[in-house]
Design a protein around this ligand. Structure first.
Ligand SMILES: Nc1nc2c(c(=O)[nH]1)N[C@H]1C(S)=C(S)[C@@H](COP(=O)(O)O)O[C@H]1N2
Ligand SMILES: [Mo]
Length: 212
């Protein structure tokens, strides 16, 4: 197994700077991911059961609406594999997915994404970054990532996934007025790992060829 490092990681903005409800105190013995709402089989999955699903590796770029981005080594499971256990109609384009964080004394963080789009973009639930288990400020034990959306749409320490027919404002959208859809927009961004600015001329996930 090659060592997974992200260049210039010391230049990355602190995880705590963008962590509104703060790190949570989680005991994996009783932690469960609940999947509820418009599913045929509501269920709660333990961490061990998540680890038993096929593990995938992704080297993909995530982007913060505050104009920085970073390409890191993520490992975890495909959202589609987890949702298959609960029986979700992945072709129903009227469905949304609300992600709700583990509560802390500061509250909960949430965001809602368009489900079939997230599945088409191979959204993931990650439990490792750069070859290590997530730290609490990084979203231990499980964090949602849809690389076509700004990071405020991707909830750390997710404890519940609710399939809904409503696209509701989430924490940051409500508080800071961010766009509800959250698709990554054409703008000038800073790539922490490359230590350079680039202009992204598209909509959605940023690939290497977009940076040239
Ligand atoms: N639970 C939770 N998830 C969250 C946030 C948060 O405040 N709480 N902030 C989001 C925002 S705005 C960003 S930029 C990223 C930061 O992720 P990082 O720690 O990997 O940099 O987490 C996202 N997910
Ligand atoms: Mo962000």
């Amino acid at each position: 197994m090659h060592k997974k490092t992200t260049p210039n990681i010391e230049k990355k903005p602190s995880s705590l700077r963008y962590f509104q409800e703060g790190p949570s105190d989680i005991n994996l013995k009783n932690w469960k991911l609940k999947i509820s709402g418009e599913v045929s089989n509501e269920l709660s999955i333990s961490y061990d059961d998540i680890l038993k699903l096929p593990k995938s590796y992704f080297h993909r770029r995530s982007v913060c609406v505050c104009l920085w981005s970073i390409k890191r080594h993520w490992e975890g499971v495909l959202l589609s594999d987890v949702l298959a256990l609960a029986g979700v109609d992945k072709n129903d384009d009227k469905l949304f997915m609300k992600q709700i964080s583990h509560p802390t004394d500061k509250g909960v963080y949430d965001s809602t994404v368009h489900l079939s789009s997230a599945l088409k973009r191979n959204a993931i639930l990650a439990y490792e970054v750069d070859g290590e288990i997530l730290k609490s400020e990084q979203g231990f034990p499980l964090r949602f990532l849809d690389f076509g959306l700004f990071l405020y749409k991707c909830v750390k320490s997710v404890s519940e996934i609710k399939i809904t027919r409503e696209n509701k404002l989430g924490y940051w959208e409500d508080y800071a007025g961010y766009d509800l859809d959250g698709t990554i927009q054409p703008k000038r961004y800073y790539a922490v790992d490359l230590h350079k600015k680039f202009y992204f001329d598209g909509n959605g996930e940023v690939f290497d060829h977009d940076i040239e």
